[in-house]
Design a protein around this ligand. Structure first.
Ligand SMILES: Cc1cc2nc3c(=O)[nH]c(=O)nc-3n(C[C@H](O)[C@H](O)[C@H](O)COP(=O)(O)OP(=O)(O)OC[C@H]3O[C@@H](n4cnc5c(N)ncnc54)[C@H](O)[C@@H]3O)c2cc1C
Length: 269
């Protein structure tokens, strides 16, 4: 059985959580714990103490605001799957995280802050041009998803900050989500894709697991808006991404699959 003696602080308000974050900069933020438990088990994390966010109701809010939708960082995948207000792309991504047991605990904020390039929701935030709201005792600031991930497991978040919410603007267009893994459940993505397209006007082709951080393909997007064929856009996607060989897949497979996902989606519209 997994044992960890580090004390756990359980704030019940966001204000208390932010004060703890300021007072204990070395503490580990704990949300659903589904990534953290794995690191503990593997001996990759030696926490001195935890700040458990699961008792902070403000982090579970999902509501409409001026300029879009507000998703609290503590919403679990099950929360967003069950809500009738969830954006379809976000629901589809949440449904592919692990299996139901994991979805019941895994939070949106944990998926984002864990900063694995293969996190299932990450390309969705890029395709939807979401902003991440970060808070500390000094105030709040918004960072566009496109600037949040700085490298493998590196983010724009400062040590005294907590991810509070994701703000999703109201964008139109054809949308598509696709994850390719070894199995339907309990498998980390070999390639994960979220796309949005307004013919002749706007496009977002966002991928995870094909580079050190989730990424869009600006050249392929420009070609799509300008009227390039699905095959031409797919070929450009294959050029722009930078996948690696690892335990889950090869770069050649990832490149081919990424192109195929985009081509078949665009051909099926
Ligand atoms: C069996 C299994 C299967 C899985 N399958 C998938 C899968 O298919 N797809 C996928 O994407 N992931 C998968 N995961 C990984 C994991 O479930 C997700 O990344 C999940 O969203 C993490 O959320 P959490 O709330 O459990 O995060 P935690 O484990 O609590 O935290 C993860 C990281 O984020 C930080 N953090 C969490 N919340 C905040 C916050 N609000 N502000 C600042 N920092 C924060 C923590 O300090 C930690 O570094 C799987 C994990 C397991 C164990």
């Amino acid at each position: 059985m997994l044992r960890c003696e580090a004390p756990v602080h359980r704030p019940h308000s966001l204000e208390d959580a932010l004060v703890l974050r300021a007072e204990l900069p070395g503490a580990t933020i704990l949300a659903g714990g589904t990534d953290i438990m794995v690191y503990l088990e593997a001996g990759q994390l030696r926490p001195t103490e935890f700040i458990d966010l699961s008792g902070v109701p403000a982090l579970r809010a999902l509501r409409s605001i001026t300029g879009g939708q507000y998703y609290g960082a503590g919403l679990t995948c099950t929360d967003v799957v069950r809500s009738p207000h969830t954006h379809p792309l976000i629901r589809e991504a949440a449904l592919t995280v692990g299996a139901v047991q994991i979805q019941n605990r895994a939070t949106l904020g944990g998926n984002i802050c864990n900063s694995s390039p293969a996190g299932d929701t990450l390309p969705v935030w890029l395709a939807l041009k979401a902003d991440f709201e970060l808070a500390s005792v000094h105030g709040r600031r918004r960072v566009p998803a496109a600037r949040f991930w700085r490298g493998y497991k590196k983010t724009e978040m400062r040590p005294h900050e907590i991810l509070v919410a994701i703000i999703v603007p109201p964008l139109a267009g054809y949308m598509h989500f696709r994850k390719v893994g070894t199995r339907l459940a309990q498998s980390i993505a070999k390639v994960v894709f979220a796309g949005r397209y307004v013919p002749g006007i706007d496009a977002a082709l966002a991928f995870g697991a094909v580079g050190p951080v989730p990424m869009r393909c600006p050249e392929a997007e420009r070609a799509l808006i300008a009227g390039a064929s699905p095959a031409e856009v797919a070929a450009q996607v294959e050029k722009e991404i930078s996948p690696i060989d690892d335990v889950r897949s090869t770069q050649d497979y990832r490149r081919k699959v990424a192109g195929n996902i985009v081509r078949t989606w665009l051909e099926s519209r």
